[in-house]
Structure formats: C-alpha cells, structure tokens
Design a protein around this ligand. Structure first.
Ligand code: ZN
Ligand code: ZN
Length: 662
C-alpha cells in the first residue's frame, strides 16, 4: 500500500499519513485534499512510502490531487527548513507555499495575460560603480553567490537590479524581487515594466484578491511569468527557472513575520538561493548590522555605490536645531518655518516627518499629572481629532475624550506632544495658501489612497507633505527639496537593542528623500542631542562606519549578530499564569543546559517591554548562544516540552532570530 505523509495547515507538531488510492499520481510536492476530523483540508505531500505494516482501514485515503502544479523540491525543502529552524508546525510552514482559493473546486484559473508594457525606456546609463556592481552580479549567474549592495540614497540601486535582471531574463531565467511594503510595489512595478518590456511580470502581495494571487502564482509556477515582484509571501512561489533573487531594502523589519510562522524572508531567500545555486543581491542604503557582519566575514560580497547616480543632486545639507531654549510654534522651530516659506516661494515640495499618528501622543491633567491610559494595555491613549476620541495604538481600543480628570476633577487637560494631525493644523494656520497632505496609516487605509496621493505629489499638486515612516521608504519625489525631522529624540529612549540601528536607518532614508534630479536638498533635524553618534552619522553620510561601530558594540555586549537568540514569548490574562509558565520553562531549559547544552545561555524571565496588551499580561525568556548550531540543537527539546508545561490559560510562541525584544 502506498502511504503519503501530508503536511496539513494545522498547528500540530506532526504530519499525517493517508493511503493513496490506485490511479492517483502522488509524489513529494503534490498538493492534495485530505480529510481530518471531518474537515477536508488542502495539504502538501512531504513524503511517499510503501508500507504493509499499517492496515488500510486505519488510514483515510487522499481524496483528490489538486489541479495545480506540484511544488518543486526547493520549495518543499525550504518549507521543511523553515519549520525546523523556526520551531514551527510543519503544516503551517508548508501552507506558506500554497496559493489561496484552494477551497474552490474545478479548473484552475488561467494565468493573467501579460499587461501591455508602456513605451519602453532606454536602459539607463550606468556610472562606474553601478557598472561594476552589474558586472559582478552577471558574472555570478548560474552559481550561488550572495551580494550586499550598499548604495547611498539616490545612488541608483534599482538600475543595478534591472540591468542584472535583464541579463538573467535574456538567458531564459526567472527573477524574484522582494520588497518590504505593498506600497512600494506600484512604483517598482512600473519601473520594471518600463525597463524590461518583454518580461511577463506578476505581483504577489496580500492586498491582491485571492483570484489575482492565484493567477500570479500559477503563471510563476508554470514558468510563464519571468519576473515575480512581491512582499515576503512571494518568497515561497514555485519558480522552475529561478536565476536571480533581489531583496530590496533588505534591512527592513517587514521581512520578518511576527506571528504564525515567524520566519525572516531575507534570511530564507539566501537559503533558497543557496539551494537553487543562484546569485542573490540584498540591497539597501542602510544595510542591517547582520548583513554588514556577513560582508565583513567574507560570506557576502560587498558592492558599494557611494555616490548619487548621474543627473541626481549632491547629498543634502544637514542642519540641527535644538528645540530646548528656542521658541517653538506648535513644535516647529523658526528655522524650519523659514525654510518651508522658501520652498513655497520656489514652488518646491517639502516633507515634515514625525513618526507619530494622531493629534497628541498623550492627554495629561496639568493639576495632578494623571495621563489617559488604555484599560487593556500598559500604554497611553493617543488623542485623535476629526472626530475627537482617544485611541490605543496597540490594541485599537477607542473611548470618548473625557471632560475632567478622573483623579482630581480638574477640567484643564493638556494634549502632550505632537502627532501628524496636530502638525497638519499648525501648518495650515502658518501657511493658509499651501496645499498640504497628511500621509499616515489613518489617511491611506482605503485601497488606492496611497497611490492617489503619490500621483498628486508627482503632478506637483501638493506643497507640503506630513508623513510617518511609511513615506520614508524608497519613494522618489523629484521636486522634494526640504525634509524637516521632528521628534527623533523619542527613539533614543527605547529599551530595544535595535532601536539605534532603526533610528539611523530611518533618518538616513528620510533625509534621502531631499534633493533628487538636480535640485539641491536640505534637511533640518530638530534634536536636543546633535552630538549623538546617530546624528553625526547623518551629517557625515557615513552609514557604513556607524554600522561597524554598532557591530563592535554588539560584539562587546554579545548581542546579535555576535550571538544567536531565541525568545519564548508568553501571555495570559493573569500575570501569575505567565510567571509560572516562564519559570517552569526556565527550569526545564536550565536543566537541559547543565545536562549537555552548555553552550546555550538561559536568562531569567522578564516582563515584555509592553507588559500588558489587549488584556493579556506578557512576559519573555531569552536563550542565546554564540554558536547557531548549539542553539538549534537545544531548541527542539525545549519546544517539545512546552505543551506539557503550559497550562490552558497560557498562549506562547518561540521566536528565533527575533526582530527585537518585545
Ligand atoms: Zn488630575
Ligand atoms: Zn490598548
């Protein structure tokens, strides 16, 4: 009897056996439908064996093989690896490789017809640095070779990707391009289609309909689509002729999935490139400390684009203004107000960056110091206007604005600090004639809203943009010559070990929006700490040196990438349940470490940085090792022991290579 081992999309730690009826062609990678507890689920066959030891009546049969191409070996191997490395359920890892709409029976939808390409743009003229980078990538086609492309903002990384992709496509290969954010795909897509008009390009991200995603998936899996552009979920697409992988903005945290299967798409992309023996290029103006460490150790080849590309401006000038001791108008310094007036006169665009949504981050009683807090989280409520309400940015809780302090009855409640809404009001009153747009999660929630604002910016229909970090990433706005940065000092107080790296990346990216296409750029940063290394880095445009300083600090502190970390996260309604679970998990880990996993260090449980969220008390326990293999040898035993340690009331997850402490 033929028995198939099937990974079903369940949180179970195992795969499930089914017998294969005669005449059904089933092999590793087949997508099948099978019944479990009366439910029919789509799963992936991970192995097929001949077995006489099990009676047929004891097993269910495979019900049908889905009308889909089988998953190729590299994809099933990748899902196996993801399950084992990230300690996740095998069925959940394999489900990452399946297209949506499997529940629908019948014929598979056909691939989307190629979209008519715009009049083709001539290949860009490359400068020497770009040409060298392209030559290195092209010479690596056909072999595993990881590259770190460190290109300053405006240095033309995209032209390098496009030139290398053109060559890979000319040789009949498929190219996979991963970007961190859905909002970046339309811009990238139009550049791809313009530069590579003969390529059949498809996109894959969560904002597409299930039908669109399925069509893109099929076109890629059948080898019809030659270019696949998408967010992290696109990594698992079958690509029979894969020849090159590009990961743009490789430092971005959005590549890390923080629920379900907690994989890092950039790291797994490198694994896939190795498995398929193809080159991979990780590009960024602000590479992660991890990638710099790989480059310094010789594991990645470092390609640098230190200059801005032809036709673009020089680097922007950077000025620091200290809010302390200066008269500020609604959080704006006179220097920034003057610079904004100049831009309005010259009909150039300006961006004022503040990484906080809403009107004010907090509502405070001036008499007794009480601040409005979320009843469900250990966090303050943010004051929003239009309509007036208080909102928690962690759990979404909303409440009406209160008229008087609940502690002392005082009616003089003060909105504390400045968010995008408050800044918008201030700028409207300072510059009544200016066309101002606020761009944050609240104003771009509707489908197509972000693209509409982008089009307005490009058509010069806006003068001042107020934006959060979603506007900092990778967008080119040719008429934008001034960037004002507000509230950057807040990030200096964060307890997360990655906060300085993130701030450095964010500031570099934001500042990089100023001055492109021949117009000189200016950046004004409001900070009380202009001597802080992160601001010195910004002034000297030397991110690489700064990153290496951070790397050295991490080595001294034995933090990633100098060590390898996994976190056990736990939450429950009662703090005592969290504490008991983590204490027991800690005791088990300590015992194992003493009994043979001596290279693994087990830390005492601590509350999460956000100690309560949405009514759940949260805690964490860190284990780490200087050797990845030692940590990997330890984790499965721990993972397998946890279900018995956890009581019903506790929810938990293991996060390997976490984006930070939470
Ligand atoms: Zn009060
Ligand atoms: Zn909350």
């Amino acid at each position: 009897m033929t028995v198939a081992r099937v990974a079903l999309p369940l949180a179970a730690p195992q795969t499930f056996d089914y017998w294969v009826p005669a005449g059904l062609a089933v092999a590793r990678g087949s997508v099948v439908r099978a019944r479990i507890a009366r439910r029919a689920l789509a799963g992936v066959v991970v192995g097929v064996d001949q077995s006489e030891s099990v009676a047929r009546e004891r097993l269910h049969s495979i019900e049908e093989v889905a009308d889909l191409p089988s998953l190729p070996d590299d994809v099933t191997d990748m899902c196996d690896f993801v399950a084992s490395y990230y300690q996740s359920a095998p069925g959940l890892a394999h489900a990452l490789a399946l297209p949506p709409l499997l529940r629908r029976r019948g014929r598979a939808a056909s691939g989307k017809p190629p979209v008519a390409a715009p009049t083709a743009a001539a290949p860009a003229t490359l400068n020497d640095d770009q040409a060298r980078a392209v030559a290195a990538l092209v010479s690596a086609l056909g072999s595993f070779s990881p590259f770190l492309l460190h290109g300053a903002t405006g240095s033309g990384k995209t032209e390098v990707y496009l030139a290398a992709a053109r060559e890979a496509l000319a040789r009949g290969g498929q190219v996979l391009v991963l970007v961190p954010e859905i909002n970046l795909t339309p811009q990238f897509e139009s550049r791809l289609r313009g530069a590579l008009p003969n390529a059949h390009a498809v996109t894959l991200h969560s904002a597409l309909s299930d039908g669109e995603r399925r069509a893109s998936w099929l076109a890629a899996a059948r080898g019809e689509a030659s270019l696949v552009l998408g967010t992290r979920l696109a990594l698992f697409t079958p690509l029979p002729a894969l020849a090159l992988i590009v990961v743009d903005e490789e430092h971005d945290d959005s590549f890390k999935q923080n629920d379900g299967v907690r994989y890092h798409a950039r790291d797994i992309a490198v694994w896939r490139a190795h498995r398929r023996n193809v080159p991979i290029v990780l590009g960024s103006a602000t590479p992660s400390i991890e990638s710099f460490a790989h480059a310094d150790a010789g594991r990645y080849t470092l390609l640098e684009l230190p200059r801005r590309a032809p036709r673009a401006a020089a680097f922007p000038s950077i000025t620091f203004v200290a809010p302390r001791g200066h008269t500020m108008r609604e959080g704006l310094s006179q220097a920034l107000v003057d610079a904004l007036s100049q831009r309005l006169e010259r009909r150039e665009q300006a961006l004022v960056f503040v990484n906080r949504r809403g009107f004010a981050p907090s509502l405070k009683c001036v008499a007794c110091g009480w601040q409005a807090g979320c009843p469900r989280c250990a966090a303050r409520l943010v004051l929003h206007r239009d309509p007036d309400h208080l909102r928690c940015h962690h759990c979404g809780h909303r409440s009406n604005v209160i008229a008087a302090c609940p502690e002392c009855g005082n009616v003089d409640l003060l909105p504390l600090g400045s968010g995008t809404q408050r800044l918008e009001r201030a700028l409207h009153s300072l510059f009544p004639a200016a066309r101002i747009a606020r761009i944050d999660r609240d104003t771009t929630r509707a489908k197509g809203a972000f693209s509409a604002i982008r089009a307005q910016i490009e058509a010069a229909e806006l003068d001042i943009l107020i934006g959060t970090q979603m506007l900092a990433k990778g967008h080119d706005f040719p008429r934008l010559t001034l960037v004002g940065v507000l509230g950057a000092d807040n990030a200096l107080y964060s307890a997360d070990f990655r906060s300085t790296e993130r701030l450095a990346a964010l500031l570099t990216q934001v500042a990089g929006r100023a001055g492109r296409a021949g117009l000189a750029g200016e950046v004004i940063v409001q900070t009380d700490f202009p001597e802080h290394p992160v601001f010195s880095m910004l002034a000297t445009h030397d991110y690489a040196r700064f990153a290496r300083t951070l790397l050295e600090e991490r080595r001294i502190a034995r933090l990633p990438p100098a060590s390898h970390v996994a976190i056990l996260l736990a939450e429950a309604h009662a703090r005592a349940d969290v504490d008991r679970f983590l204490d027991d998990a800690h005791a088990f880990a300590r015992e194992r470490v003493q009994g043979g996993h001596g290279d693994v260090e087990v830390f005492a449980p601590v509350p999460a940085l956000l100690a309560r969220r949405a009514g759940y008390e949260r805690g964490q326990l860190v284990v780490q090792s200087e050797r990845r293999s030692a940590l990997q040898a330890f984790l499965p035993q721990w993972r397998d022991a946890l279900p018995a340690i956890a009581r019903k009331r506790v929810r938990y997850a293991i996060d390997v290579d976490p984006a930070g402490f939470c």
